[in-house]
Design a protein around this ligand. Structure first.
Ligand code: ZN
Length: 137
């Protein structure tokens, strides 16, 4: 069901201040930045082998990322698992008594379909399911 850890999401106050650690110290390949309006975040991706690191900077104070940073400070925000047939996976997970934040997949960064599980159902880990539509990833 789960193909791999697709990415780890990290909440940051400033991409500009954080990126050099990943690109210059860790020498990870920078894949680009995009704004995801629906989630009020600016997202930068770095490639770490099969897995990516997703840095999330809030674009407004109402962003859930802004609230996360306010409460807990910067740091690891979520773990994303790559799946196929995301809507089927969501339905299946719900039959196992897991609460979803998103009952239906929505479009996230890089055009992927994403859905989050509720941390109360997952041992306090915010888990994202994501499905890439593009082939050859
Ligand atoms: Zn993510």
């Amino acid at each position: 069901m789960i193909k791999k850890v697709d990415h780890i999401g990290i909440a940051v106050k400033s991409l500009e201040e954080t990126l050099p650690f990943y690109t210059e110290v860790l020498n990870l390949k920078y894949l680009g930045t995009e704004v995801v309006e629906s989630q009020k975040v600016k997202v930068a991706f770095l490639k770490a082998g099969e897995t990516k690191i997703e840095l999330l900077e809030p674009t407004t104070e109402e962003s859930t990322i802004a609230k996360f940073i306010e409460k807990r400070g910067e740091g690891i925000h979520h773990m994303a698992l790559a799946v196929d047939d995301i809507q089927e996976r969501i339905n299946e997970i719900k039959t196992k008594g897991i609460r979803m934040i998103d009952d239906e997949a929505r479009i996230g960064a890089a055009g992927a379909e994403v859905a989050f599980m509720h941390p109360k159902s997952t041992g306090s880990v915010l888990v994202e399911l994501c499905e890439k539509k593009e082939k050859g990833e």
